[in-house]
Write a protein that binds this ligand. Structure first.
Ligand SMILES: Cc1ncc(COP(=O)(O)O)c(C=O)c1O
Length: 448
């Protein structure tokens, strides 16, 4: 049996994926393996470890909770950690996003967001509203519902035929706009695609529109242009479509605001968060929804029908509350907002002039670097090279954890690298991440 998520090696490729080392321990921005190697965590794993590893306060909070009781089942008990985390999330969201269901990760959170949208329409007697609209080059998770609305070809392919029908709009990417669309027209063009699709389907059939405010693994930290989210909000309101922001990767402060869409001055109806919520200390995600969505659901059904056995797990909530308390107390979201541009600039200084760097983008401590074979035409590399995986492996051998993935151009072609350092990384650590990536890229390109 294998736990490995390594891709198959393309036929004839001289590159062999490295074998996974065994993890031993972590502290702050560093992780150590059992062979004594040290790695700087430049991507927080997959944008998870937002306050780094081995935080004593979080570990103590988890241990203290385990010493009291691990878990109070949600139909039997509430708990201090659940109430504390709920209060933190309500305060951080502000506005009308005041209801939350706590789950065990991002896919479960997205699954719940979709179901809350469906249940909202059902509660209002609109059972015809069953269809979701999403975008290409998006990733919403691995459960069947979340996968059904994910525009990530390689991850969908083996399951095609068994997925729920959904609509997919163009990716919203200033570097790769749809053909004949100028950069300054992109927001309006992509928003109008949403409106056209709602009208094509019939508004009475559409349950919700789900999107990542800053696209993660499927695109490579791609923010939408200014104004896009506001237009989406208006279109969703016009046609009674529920607006769902998937902030599993870009949320909980990663982009320099606690909610990623705060940046755009927009509140969605429903929002998923996960990775950074408990910072990787325990599995935790949340589906957060507005009072407007909650009203009909509570009136008709009493509660959203999305719970699982471990919903609101007491110790996971204790971990989440401890992580979020540190983030708030130490003003880490403010730090990400203040230092993000410096981090981006240092990457641009180190890499932007290289002929294989197509685009460096992102927001806060969520940065994507896209590799291209030709800067003029933006032609990506031959996917058979599995360049993104070579960069991942070379960086790892050089002691840097980063998060490259492929297929961001058309589902097959494209290589990009995500950096998502811990919010509390020092300037020296951020510099080390940039240096190690620059060295690793030089080595990979020299060996091509
Ligand atoms: C935007 C987004 N949504 C959902 C998910 C699924 O989360 P999980 O892997 O925790 O199930 C991910 C995971 O990468 C993600 O990036």
């Amino acid at each position: 049996m294998s736990n490995s998520a390594k891709p198959a090696v393309a036929a004839g490729s001289p590159w062999e994926p490295i074998a996974l080392p065994k993890i031993a321990w972590g502290k702050g921005s560093y992780v150590h393996d059992c062979a004594g190697n040290r790695y700087i965590d430049g991507s927080g794993g997959p944008a998870v470890f937002c306050i780094g590893h081995g935080n004593t306060e979080v570990n103590e909070a988890i241990k203290a909770q385990l010493d009291r009781v691990a878990f109070g089942y949600r139909y039997t008990f509430t708990s201090d950690p659940l109430e504390q985390l709920t209060e933190i999330v309500q305060r951080r969201c502000g506005g009308t996003l005041q209801q939350a269901v706590f789950l065990t990760g991002g896919s479960e959170a997205v699954e719940s967001c979709l179901k809350i949208a469906l249940q909202y329409h059902a509660a209002r007697g609109e059972m015809s509203r069953r269809r979701f609209i999403s975008r290409q080059r998006s990733w919403h998770g691995n459960t069947l519902g979340a996968l059904s609305v994910s525009g990530f070809k390689a991850r969908r392919d083996p399951f095609e035929g068994a997925l729920i029908d959904a609509s997919f709009l163009s990716p919203v990417n200033e570097y790769r706009p749809p053909q004949n669309v100028r950069k300054e027209e992109l927001a309006a063009h992509c928003a109008s695609e949403l409106e056209q699709e709602i009208l094509r389907l019939g508004p009475e059939k559409v349950a919700g529109f789900i999107f990542e405010p800053v696209v993660g693994a499927a695109g490579g930290a791609v923010p939408a242009p200014a104004g896009y989210a506001k237009l989406v909000r208006e279109i969703c309101d016009k046609y009674g479509v529920v607006m769902i922001a998937d902030e599993v990767m870009c949320g909980t402060g990663r982009c320099g605001t606690w909610r990623a869409l705060e940046h755009d001055g927009v509140e969605p109806d429903i929002m998923s968060v996960a990775k950074g919520l408990a910072g990787g200390y325990l599995p935790l995600g949340a589906a957060i929804y507005s009072e407007r969505i909650a009203g009909p659901i509570f009136e008709r059904y009493g509660a959203p029908l999305t719970g699982h056995t471990f919903t609101g797990h007491t110790t996971a909530c204790a971990a989440g509350a401890a992580v979020q308390t540190i983030i708030e107390r130490d003003k880490l979201v403010e730090k990400v907002a203040a230092e993000g541009p410096m981090f981006m600039q240092s990457l641009r200084d180190a890499l932007a002039d290289r002929p294989y760097i197509g685009n460096i983008r992102g927001r806060g401590y969520f940065v994507g670097i896209e590799l291209v074979a030709d800067r003029e035409s933006k032609e990506p590399y031959d996917p058979g090279l599995q360049l993104f995986a070579r960069v991942r492996d070379r960086s790892f051998l050089n002691g840097l954890i980063c998060y490259p993935s492929g297929g961001n151009v058309d589902g097959v072609k494209g290589d990009q690298i995500i950096l998502a350092p811990p919010y509390n990384a020092t300037r020296a650590e951020l510099g080390e991440i940039v240096d190690k990536l620059a060295t690793s890229l030089s080595q990979v390109m020299a060996a091509l």
